[in-house]
Design a binder for this molecule. Structure first.
Ligand SMILES: *Cc1c(COP(=O)(O)O)cnc(C)c1O
Length: 417
């Protein structure tokens, strides 16, 4: 099985008897039988956010980070939309994520940042994906594969090199830069077209979070420059750094979460003077409908373990959205949802497929009423919003994880507006 088989859900599995089909949950029943739980992705918000980030990035090109299925928004649709909107390139974490975008017809350059496994060279080359190399053994492996496959012509294989400036995850360490540069010099079949690093503390509000990484990056750049290997493109900035410090922009920036309308600095307490002003629009909303309503008497409990007990007459609405859909169980008796333009509390434990809301305060609520878990709801003259950051707070995590947790069981609907 090749990566392309795994990532392709349009190809006929019968073409290659040995190939393993990766089954993705699909709607196996007609649309009108499917439960009303859905995510909507607003493509105009993506275009708007790209425009906002362009203003901040200035001359730097924007490579959108579409890893993890574009943060749960669906990488094919997001990739196509951003390509048409003029984004400069795409970054993903995995080879198979890059392949999926190529098979969706995306022509933009694609950088595979998370390293690669096994002998991915032919896959990378066939799909015109650019790997990021972090250590000498990767360089050697890739060069060997490139030499045997490219032959003796002038053709070179393009790669970026990642430097560790404090994340301590991937990336070449300062003390190993010289050795890596030497190794690259001896392998002219590889062409370093980008030098990059990733910041650990770009959204930490403390002063000076960029000083040490900038200093370390500068040292690595100098080592590459000394051997005439410094590529024209250098990049460092995720969304937070892009919005915070132009010294991190270099020639290219890599925003992810901000493209999807999440401000990574919203909770940082930074002042207007310490960050760029942008108005981002959330690209995803998640909603469902009330499928059951009941009146409890004082003393009755709700859900597994009976963790909520009614203290008086209480109206409970059941909604088919559970932790298997990405509504964290940590929100049991803690989170909120929107009904009729108002916030109502989640009561009882969130279960796998369902959640229960206390709608006692809204006597007019009816079966079939819309429930919004993420996004804005307007009802008559009421309006309220739940952001990914709200959900993150209620479930002890970050907005990034809230978005990527919206599971495949929730169908995505794409709207131009
Ligand atoms: C995920 C990621 C980004 C984007 O980060 P955001 O905080 O979502 O903007 C950029 N660079 C690398 C290497 C990443 O892994």
């Amino acid at each position: 099985m090749t990566n392309s088989d795994a990532a392709d859900d349009s190809k006929d599995g019968g073409q290659d008897a040995a190939s393993v089909r990766v089954h993705r949950p699909r709607r196996a029943v007609p649309t009108d039988v499917v439960r009303p739980t859905r995510a909507e992705v607003h493509l105009s918000a993506l275009r708007h956010n790209l425009g906002q980030l362009r203003r901040v990035a200035g001359q730097a090109s924007i490579w959108g980070v579409l890893k993890a299925d574009a943060y749960g928004h669906g990488s094919k649709a997001v990739g196509r939309t951003l390509e048409r909107a003029g984004i400069d390139g795409i970054c993903v974490a995995l080879v198979e994520e890059g392949v999926e975008l190529r098979e969706a017809g995306i022509e933009l350059p694609i950088l595979v940042m998370g390293g690669y496994y096994g002998n991915a060279f032919s896959e990378l080359r066939y799909h015109r994906l650019t790997p990021v190399l972090s250590d000498q053994s990767q360089v050697e492996r890739l060069a060997r594969a490139a030499r045997t496959s490219i032959g003796s012509g002038d053709e070179r294989f393009s790669c970026h090199v990642k430097v560790d400036t404090g994340m301590a995850r991937l990336g070449v360490r300062a003390e190993e830069v010289q050795g890596l540069v030497q190794c690259l010099t001896e392998r002219p079949c590889l062409e370093v077209t980008g030098l990059m690093t990733h910041l650990a503390n770009a959204d930490v509000s403390a002063d000076g979070v960029f000083e040490e990484p900038l200093r370390r990056f500068e040292k690595a750049r100098a080592a590459f420059e000394e051997r005439a290997l410094l590529p024209r493109t250098q990049h460092m900035a995720n969304s937070a750094a892009l919005l915070r410090d132009a010294r991190t922009h270099f020639q290219q920036v890599r925003p992810g979460v901000a493209l999807f309308g999440i401000d990574p600095l919203a909770e940082s307490g930074l002042t207007d003077g310490e960050r760029a002003a942008v108005k981002l629009k959330p690209a995803m909303s998640v909603s469902s409908r009330i499928v059951s309503l009941r009146q409890l008497e004082a003393g009755e409990t709700v859900g597994y373990g009976g963790t909520f007990r009614a203290t008086g007459s209480t109206r409970i609405a059941t909604v088919p959205m559970g932790y298997a859909d990405g509504l964290s169980r940590a929100m049991s008796n803690r989170g909120q949802a929107l009904v009729r333009g108002r916030r109502v509390p989640i009561v009882g434990n969130v279960s796998m497929d369902m959640v229960t809301l206390d709608v006692t305060a809204l006597p007019s609520v009816r079966l079939g009423d819309e429930v919004v878990f993420l996004g804005t709801q307007k009802f008559e003259d009421q309006s309220a919003e739940i952001t990914a950051s709200d959900l993150a707070k209620w479930s002890d995590t970050i907005a990034w994880e809230v978005l990527t947790n919206i599971s495949r069981r929730v169908p995505r609907f794409y709207r131009e507006a």
